[in-house]
Design a protein around this ligand. Sequence first.
Ligand code: SF4
Length: 65
Amino acid sequence: MNRKVFIRTTGRIFFLGGLAAATGYLVAGGKVDATCSKSAACQKCRKYTDCELPLALETRQNEKE
Ligand code: SF4
């Protein structure tokens, strides 16, 4: 393994380790709700309140329950 490959591999390992640590922190700390029943796409869509597509209808129905 030459120096260039070593630096690249080490960088990838640190990046993936940091990504895994950040994901674990967010999930374990309750900062991410993985059980959301609403469609994330619809919540951020500007057409949501007037949209008649099945996904929007289902999401609005779930909000009422
Ligand atoms: S279903 Fe309607 S509200 Fe939901 S993302 Fe598509 S266009 Fe937007």
